[in-house]
Design a protein around this ligand. Structure first.
Ligand SMILES: [Zn+2]
Length: 262
């Protein structure tokens, strides 16, 4: 078990200037290794960094219509079972369990704000400009704002498949995006520019290895990288190879849809 002080020391070793905003992704294993769990983590993050963003996505609002656009990575005839149990988006709704405990602590923190995208919301402290930049059609605009401010990604015990910012690089490279739909009190909302699958994102690692800072923490590793270093390298990789960073699961509807656009 590590404590708050060790966590602060480890973050400081990464030597990311305090004024750089950070987007944070944390695994349950990472949180489980800290005395005080997610509250201690958020305390340590706010002690070291001025502004913090984390995804608070709400996949539980997603519905699949009976029909929709072709090549959209969806089987409209056989929608996922979760579509039947979709719930209406509310600004104070819980983040999906896949987002982890940090998302919940961030979302409920009084100093934190949350954006209003019904599926891809973010929450954060002192990042109101990034949150306000998000629109229904530009769900990854908060990443762009962070990149403009020389922001950093912190992967706490998670690998690149959790690195949402790579989706922004995919968009910049012109990769196919998707349409998804969310249940909201104002009706079903169409959400364009929805990103694809992230299961192939670890293939980015060798291309950014000289731009990554790593620190061991307990049984896990903290990986940090600047958005301004990572995004152009990911973008270049996709432009050179349109299948780069896609997963190798033959049954992945979204990666197959991207491949078929070549
Ligand atoms: Zn895939």
């Amino acid at each position: 078990m590590s404590n708050y002080r060790e966590l602060v020391n480890t973050f400081q070793k990464l030597e990311i200037p305090a004024e750089r905003p950070v987007i944070v992704h944390a695994s349950p294993l990472f949180l489980g290794g800290i005395e005080g769990g997610e509250n201690a983590l958020l305390g340590a993050l706010t002690a070291v960094y001025d502004s913090i963003l984390t995804p608070t996505f709400t996949y539980q609002t997603m519905v699949v219509p009976r029909e929709g656009p072709e090549n959209n990575g969806l089987d409209y005839k056989n929608p996922p079972e979760s579509s039947q149990y979709a719930v209406f988006f509310e600004p104070d709704m819980l983040a999906s369990s896949a987002m982890g405990e940090l998302a919940e602590v961030m979302r409920t923190r009084t100093r934190a704000n949350r954006s209003f995208h019904p599926i891809l919301s973010f929450a954060g402290i002192h990042v109101k400009d990034a949150l306000d930049a998000q629109t229904l059609s530009q769900p990854l605009a908060p990443i762009e704002v962070l990149a403009d401010k020389d922001g950093w990604v912190l992967l706490l015990g998670v690998d690149q498949t959790a690195n949402v910012s790579i989706h922004y690089a995919e968009q910049l490279a012109g990769r196919k995006q998707f349409i998804r739909w969310a249940l909201t009190p104002a009706g079903v909302k169409e959400c364009p520019n929805f990103p694809g699958c992230s299961r192939g994102f670890n293939a980015l690692s060798p291309h950014i290895q000289y731009h990554v800072r790593k620190e061991a923490f307990g049984s896990t590793v903290i990986t940090a990288m600047s958005l301004q270093a990572m995004i152009p390298l990911a973008q270049k990789l996709i432009l050179e190879d349109p299948a780069a960073l896609l997963c190798d699961k033959g049954d992945c509807a979204r990666c197959e849809a991207v491949k078929s656009e070549k």
